[in-house]
Design a protein around this ligand. Structure first.
Ligand SMILES: [Zn+2]
Length: 310
């Protein structure tokens, strides 16, 4: 007897990645770029439905889970707003996709989906309650409490990246100032590189290069003082937030996911050095802070888990 199949979709800023999931395995994936016309509400529904249909072909699937960046109302499957898709306002994406695909469709915030994936199959497996931070272009967050993602009254809980670590800090896309996102993200690294004119020019390809974090990480490991200072600052600011989460919730686990978490060996020394000043000793002694386990697969496995764990 074959196992139940489900589709997990990870909707990024520039591409849609869909995966066919069987149990805890991604058995097939399809990645398609988003053209400008795919960014309108109608275009996005068209693109997502077409990608999923191509991936599924004639197989039977239990449903489709979709992780979307932004403010998502999980219960109703509505995208209230998304930083990557400014034209979307209260878009009933789950209903629109269900009408096209004729299978159940569930939606959640992208970081919540990663949290669910790590909870079911990754670093949070059998760990009980934990918090997860996605360190990417920005900083997302998820809270796994009492056996499920904690979503709050409006479905918007877990915006850990917008906890303030410096009240006088740089302005943030959320309208606030000095959020963690301004210190522990790709955008933060870019800002520091530009400030220090690390590559001479301020607008050149080096600053936009998606491999910039990896370059800085390797330079830091090789002993470059300036690059080390970036990851030190990242680690110290992360400690403020992580310490606050530990004190607030007495968690035993905090998981760091997203591409920038690959630099864990570069920023974790500063993080662990700073944490004792930021959390109660007894709380901290019971807690672990670790990199995620699933990396690129977390979004797809977690999105599929929205369907499979119903
Ligand atoms: Zn913010």
């Amino acid at each position: 007897m074959s196992k139940t199949l489900a589709v997990g979709v990870d909707l990024g800023a520039t591409r849609v990645k869909a995966g066919l999931v069987e149990g805890d395995r991604v058995v097939a994936t399809l990645v398609e770029p988003l053209a400008p016309e795919d960014r309108t509400p109608e275009g996005a529904v068209e693109r997502l439905a077409a990608t999923v249909a191509r991936l599924v072909a004639d197989r039977a699937v239990a449903g489709v889970g979709v992780g979307v960046p932004g403010v998502i109302r999980h219960a109703t499957g509505v995208v209230s707003q998304s930083p990557n898709f400014p034209a979307w306002h209260d878009l009933p994406l789950a209903d629109l996709l269900r009408a096209r695909l004729s299978v159940p469709v569930l939606l959640d915030n992208d970081a919540n989906v990663v949290t669910l994936g790590e909870a079911r199959y990754g670093a949070g497996r059998d760990a009980g309650d934990f918090a997860l931070l996605t360190l990417g272009s920005g900083v997302g967050g998820g809270l796994f409490l009492g056996g499920d993602v904690y979503r709050g009254a409006e479905g918007m809980a877990g915006e850990i990246g917008h906890l303030v670590v410096d009240p006088e800090g740089p302005p943030c896309g959320c309208g606030g100032r000095g959020c963690l996102e301004q210190f522990a993200s790709f955008n933060a690294l870019r800002r520091w590189v530009q400030r220090d004119r690390l590559f001479g020019d301020l607008t050149g390809a080096a600053v936009q290069d998606p491999d910039l974090p990896e370059r800085l990480f390797q330079a830091a490991l090789a002993g470059d003082e300036r690059c080390r200072s970036y990851f030190d600052e990242m680690g110290r600011r992360l400690a403020v937030t992580v310490g606050g989460l530990l004190n607030l919730l007495n968690l035993r686990l905090v998981v760091l996911a997203g591409g920038i978490a690959r630099a864990f060996p570069a920023f974790s020394p500063a993080l662990f050095a700073e944490l004792p000043g930021r959390a109660f000793p007894a709380v901290l002694a019971a807690a672990r802070v670790v990199p995620c386990a699933l990396w690129e697969d977390a979004g797809i496995l977690g999105a599929a888990a929205l369907v499979l764990s119903r």
